[in-house]
Design a protein around this ligand. Structure first.
Ligand SMILES: [Zn+2]
Length: 88
């Protein structure tokens, strides 16, 4: 029951590789998904029918887990006491 039924869409053109009749469609929990057997492109259709590329989103999240590491966290500031102006 959990295996989605994938069926080819006749005449459908892949938005990624522009190949016809390579798009398969299937539903996951009632959400229509598409995938291209030619280039591996995959996307999801939201309730408005808009294409939501699922593969791109996944790649972005996985490919850079620590890309936003800050570079200023180890900078330490040692004040020079000679530069301090002490009131007499
Ligand atoms: Zn394709």
């Amino acid at each position: 029951m959990s295996q989605p039924v994938k069926r080819f869409i006749a005449g459908a053109v892949c938005p990624a590789c522009s190949t016809m009749d390579t798009i398969r469609m299937f539903e996951v929990e009632g959400v229509p998904n598409r995938e291209c057997v030619q280039c591996g492109y995959a996307d999801t259709l939201d309730e408005r029918g808009n294409s939501v590329p699922s593969e791109l989103t996944t790649r972005v999240n996985v490919s850079k887990p620590k890309a936003d590491k800050p570079t200023t966290q180890t900078v330490q500031f040692f004040p020079n006491p000679r530069l301090k102006k002490k009131p007499e």
